[in-house]
Design a protein around this ligand. Structure first.
Ligand SMILES: [Cu+2]
Length: 206
C-alpha cells in the first residue's frame, strides 16, 4: 500500500465515521422523548356524515432549541361545507361523542379550557381550516405545544384530540361571546403518537 492509498483510506474511514455519527444522532433525536411524530384520523361528529381526513404533526427543534410542531390537516367529504372552520387541539383523546374531547388543551397552573371563555389564549388554539369545493387544508406551526415529554406535551394522562368546528374561529376579539371560537363540532380525530422504526420509514401505531 502506497502513501496515496493510505491517504484515500483515511478519508474514506473519516467519512464513514461521520456518516454513522449523523445516523446515530438522528436516531437519538427521534427517540428523545419518544414522540416526535403524531397523526390523527379525522371523522365526522354526526354519525353517517361524509367527512374524513387525516392530520400529521411533526416536532423539531429550532436553531434556538425551541420545540416547534408543524400541523398539516386534510379533510374532505360531501358533508364538509366550504368556508373556514375553527380547529383546535382539545384536552381529551375521545371523540365518542365529540363533546368528550372536552375543552381546549390548556395545561398549567392557570389552566382555563373554556372554549369561548379563554380564547385565543389556550395552548391548543390553532388557525382555521379553509375548505374549497369539499376539500379542506390547514398547515401551521405552533410553539405552544410539544409532542415530546414536558409540561406542554399533548400526550398527557388523558391524551388530546383535534376538533374541527362548524363555523370559523373569530379568535374572540370582543372577549367571551357564545360560539366565537367556532361553535358546534363538525369533525374529530384522536391524536396518536407515531413510533419511529429502527430501520426504514415511520410506522403508524395506535
Ligand atoms: Cu375547538
Amino acid at each position: 500500500m502506497n502513501v496515496s492509498q493510505i491517504f484515500t483510506g483515511c478519508i474514506f474511514l473519516g467519512l464513514s465515521v461521520a456518516f454513522v455519527g449523523v445516523v446515530v444522532d438522528d436516531a437519538e433525536a427521534r427517540n428523545r422523548g419518544g414522540k416526535v411524530k403524531a397523526q390523527a384520523k379525522m371523522r365526522a361528529c354526526n354519525v353517517g356524515d361524509d367527512i374524513r381526513g387525516r392530520a400529521v404533526l411533526k416536532e423539531r427543534r429550532s436553531d434556538q432549541g425551541v420545540k416547534e410542531v408543524s400541523v398539516t390537516m386534510f379533510l374532505r367529504g360531501d358533508d364538509l361545507p366550504d368556508g373556514e372552520h375553527g380547529v383546535h387541539i382539545h384536552e381529551t383523546a375521545s371523540c365518542e361523542p365529540c363533546g368528550e374531547a372536552r375543552g381546549h388543551f390548556d395545561p398549567g397552573p392557570n389552566s382555563n379550557t373554556s372554549p369561548d371563555g379563554n380564547h385565543p389564549f389556550h395552548l391548543g388554539d390553532l388557525i382555521n381550516l379553509d375548505v374549497n369545493h369539499g376539500t379542506g387544508v390547514l398547515h401551521t406551526t405552533t410553539t405552544r405545544v410539544t409532542l415530546s415529554d414536558g409540561p406542554l406535551s399533548i400526550f398527557d394522562e388523558d391524551g388530546s384530540a383535534f376538533i374541527v368546528h362548524i363555523n370559523p374561529d373569530t379568535f374572540c376579539p370582543n372577549g367571551e361571546e357564545a360560539g366565537c371560537a367556532g361553535g358546534g363540532r363538525l369533525a374529530c380525530g384522536i391524536i396518536e403518537s407515531v413510533k419511529p422504526r429502527s430501520h426504514g420509514g415511520p410506522r403508524w401505531s395506535r
